[in-house]
Design a protein around this ligand. Structure first.
Ligand SMILES: Nc1ncnc2c1ncn2[C@@H]1O[C@H](COP(=O)(O)OP(=O)(O)OP(=O)(O)O)[C@@H](O)[C@H]1O
Length: 262
């Protein structure tokens, strides 16, 4: 299998504290790596370093064999997009949905001005947001809808990897379900490569092909999903799994239940 992302010996210190301690990781093309671990284990730090939001103190990041340096080009930024727990992190509240989507598309030269409106509408349609949303502002949407718009913005620039850091954690359970369904649909349709972070093993079970477990800044286990859930290798993973009451634990609603409120 071809590698999309390779991380070698990645190390990050915050002052005297080591948040990432020599992390090696590989994500295959079109695969989703689910990253789990207790609070403070370094998951977000890993995501931010890979996304280029913070520079590592040591180590290398290779995207499709290209070594990414501390100062990334516009093209390199385009290739790794990130979605946050709080969608407001990527949606400027003063900008309409049209501005938010078209700025990203034009900045990264995905389409020209003549095509941009159509492309914005296509993306809204893909994430089940009505086309009349274009002239509205982020605060006019529910949390789940804002996350869908953030997903559209991130994917519209055609990244090689999508990093999702707890993208469903701030949402109500039913909304969580529909956003997770959307991720799964888009993953299939667009053959996405994803680094998907969640503290919720039910979510990880649904979305991942491979599971990686972090503890105190280190990766303690990386396994394909089925063997991970059937036979976790480390005592720490067994502990994480035993803390989950039922697996998988997300409630199900028929047909993917998209939010209807606009
Ligand atoms: N900017 C910072 N300055 C100092 N320490 C930080 C900073 N960001 C994170 N840390 C610390 O680094 C450690 C790893 O944090 P990180 O956010 O990567 O963990 P996490 O696994 O994503 O946690 P959570 O699940 O709670 O988001 C934590 O102990 C955190 O307090």
């Amino acid at each position: 299998m071809e590698s999309a992302l390779q991380v070698k010996n990645l190390t990050v210190h915050y002052g005297g504290f080591t948040a990432l301690d020599g992390v090696d990781l590989n994500i295959e093309r079109h695969a989703t790596l689910g990253l789990v671990g207790e609070s403070g284990s370094g998951k977000s730090t890993l995501a931010r370093v890979v996304a280029g939001l913070i520079a590592p103190d040591e180590g290398q990041i290779l995207l499709e064999s290209e070594l990414l340096t501390k100062k990334r080009s516009r093209e390199q930024h385009k290739k790794i997009q990130m979605i946050f727990q709080n969608p407001d992190a990527s949606l400027n509240p003063k900008h309409s949905i049209r501005q938010i989507l078209s700025e990203a598309l034009l900045f990264h030269r995905i389409v020209d001005r003549k095509q941009v409106e159509r492309r914005c509408r296509e993306w809204l349609d893909r994430v089940h947001i009505p086309g009349n949303a274009l002239d509205r502002y982020p605060h006019e949407f529910s949390g789940g809808q804002r996350q869908r718009i953030a997903i559209a913005r991130a994917l519209s620039v055609e990244p090689r990897i999508l990093i999702a850091d707890e993208p469903t954690s701030a949402l109500d359970v039913s909304v969580q379900r529909s956003v997770l369904d959307l991720f799964n649909t888009l993953k299939e349709e667009l053959q996405l490569t994803m680094l998907f972070i969640s503290h919720d093993l039910g979510v990880i079970h649904e979305i991942s092909d491979t599971v990686a477990v972090m503890k105190q800044g280190r990766l303690v286990e990386v396994q394909a999903k089925a063997p991970f859930f059937a036979r976790p290798e480390t005592a720490y993973s067994r502990e994480l799994l035993s803390a989950v009451p039922r697996m998988p634990k997300l409630s199900t609603t028929p047909g993917g239940n998209h939010e209807s409120r606009t």
